[in-house]
Design a protein around this ligand. Structure first.
Ligand code: FAD
Ligand code: SF4
Length: 399
């Protein structure tokens, strides 16, 4: 059962507040910047973990706990690897997310799109918007790799009288959105999600860039890629690659936001359609169709895509088990060794869906230990059952 939320009229009366009841676990999803803050105790992903209940309400079933694919990828009807035949220049990958949003506006399926542009002064400072035109959607392309208060524009939606809406967002934003969805006065809501992990505040991002890139001020785009390297793109078009194993783990350990160190919704369980990359071969995007609404959204752009089935190769388990003590000790390899290790792992390491499982396992084991150590009283209720099963495959340190 989804926890009941109280009267919307009452919520309006409580409007302006800077409260963040999740305190240091707050991911700045934006709900608390609106009068929907009234629902926060039930809606916040970090106060009331209710993924199974919301899956049931959204997809008409929750994960089948006897099926390990469901533990990892959530409820889905279909999965594939895809890329745009004509990529959108400057998009994070090939721009499938922006293309779907533009099509939905163009065909009148929605009147507006919640997405996130950047501020004029800073390409990485998020500026959530309610986009009504193709141009406004395209201005939101590419990741703002920082916590972004996307839901802060929900009040504008209601004021505008919009009845058909698309929301683009990451897992914690979508969990809170689903919990208040019935209060928004909408006739139709479409949700286009991306996976998300290891997000940071703007200050944290600066520290990450300064610790990792040769030229932090010229980075326009970066991604943790399936070849076990971070690919930075710079203003002059040049590319820089830094192997994961060369990261300064000791310094970067506390860069990630506490919300992201306690998150178990990497794959955006509650979106209708998810577009990421980690379950796809290098260069391709990974599409997870969770329900019929997600299928309708994907169908709008199918003819603009090259599509291939998902594949899975290798065995991640030994690598994940070895990475647990290495992360705990903050092991950083010299760059030459990190490069060699990266090359070897790229040759023999997990690929496709097995790479996605590798990434999920590594993050869930780390996050489980984080919650156990910092919020032991939350461990039982905050970690979803599917995540407990994933973590139970590994031997973790006792304390
Ligand atoms: P584009 O067409 O470039 O559109 C990007 C969309 O993302 C825009 O509509 C914008 O509104 C939205 N957006 C940008 N920044 C944010 C933000 N901070 N919060 C919410 N929405 C935002 N995929 C994986 O497979 N594995 C990962 O580990 C992973 N980590 C991610 C971490 C973050 C912080 C984000 C934002 C995304 C992550 N993704 C991850 C998704 C992936 O990087 C691409 O965003 C996705 O594949 C879509 O690419 P595209 O070219 O279709 O998007
Ligand atoms: Fe509010 Fe969102 Fe922060 Fe939770 S994560 S406290 S809902 S702003």
């Amino acid at each position: 059962m989804i926890a009941p939320v109280r009267s919307h009229q009452k919520a309006k009366a409580l409007k302006p507040t800077s409260r963040r009841p999740a305190k240091e676990l707050c991911s700045e999803c934006g709900l608390c910047d609106t009068y929907y803050v009234h629902y926060v105790k039930e809606a916040c992903a970090f106060i009331n973990q209710q993924i199974a209940e919301l899956e049931q309400a959204t997809h008409k079933r929750s994960r089948n706990l006897d099926n390990p694919d469901d533990w990892y990828f959530g409820v889905y009807q279909d999965m594939m690897a895809a890329r745009k035949q004509q990529p959108i220049p400057g998009a994070q990958w090939t721009g499938i997310v922006s293309t779907i949003a533009c099509e939905m506006l163009a065909r009148g399926l929605v009147e507006g799109v919640v997405c996130v542009q950047n501020t004029k002064e800073d390409r990485f400072q998020p500026q959530p918007v309610l986009a009504r035109t193709k141009e406004e959607v395209l201005a939101a392309k590419v990741n703002k790799p920082t916590l972004s208060p996307n839901l802060s524009v929900l009040e504008q939606v209601e004021r505008s009288g919009m009845k058909r809406l698309l929301v683009i967002g990451v897992g914690c934003q979508i969990q809170a959105l689903r919990a208040v969805q019935s209060k928004l006065g909408l006739e139709k809501l479409y949700v286009l999600g991306t996976p998300c992990v290891d997000n940071v505040t703007r200050a944290g991002l600066q520290k990450f860039l300064e610790t990792t890139s040769r030229s932090p001020e010229t980075v326009v785009h970066y991604e943790f890629m399936q070849d076990f390297q971070i690919h930075f793109k710079h203003e002059d078009g040049s590319e820089e690659k830094v192997p994961f194993f060369g990261l300064n783990t000791k310094v970067l350990k506390d860069v990630f936001a506490p919300s992201c160190l306690s998150c178990f919704d990497y794959v955006n369980s509650l979106a209708d359609l998810v577009v990421g990359y980690m379950g796809a071969p290098f260069g391709w995007q990974w599409i997870v169709v969770r329900n019929q609404i997600g299928k309708e959204m994907l169908d709008l752009v199918r003819e603009q895509l090259d599509i291939q089935p998902v594949m899975s190769k290798g065995d991640r388990r030994a690598a994940v088990q070895q990475s647990i003590p290495a992360y705990e000790k903050g092991v950083t390899l010299p760059m030459w060794a990190a490069k060699l290790m990266g090359l070897a792992i790229e040759k023999i390491g997990p690929k496709g869906l097995e790479y996605a499982r590798f990434s999920i396992d590594s993050h869930f084991t780390r996050n489980y230990l984080y919650v156990k150590r910092h919020y032991p009283e939350k461990l039982e209720s905050h970690v979803p059952e599917y995540a407990k099963r994933i973590v139970a495959q590994y031997k973790l340190p006792d304390s």
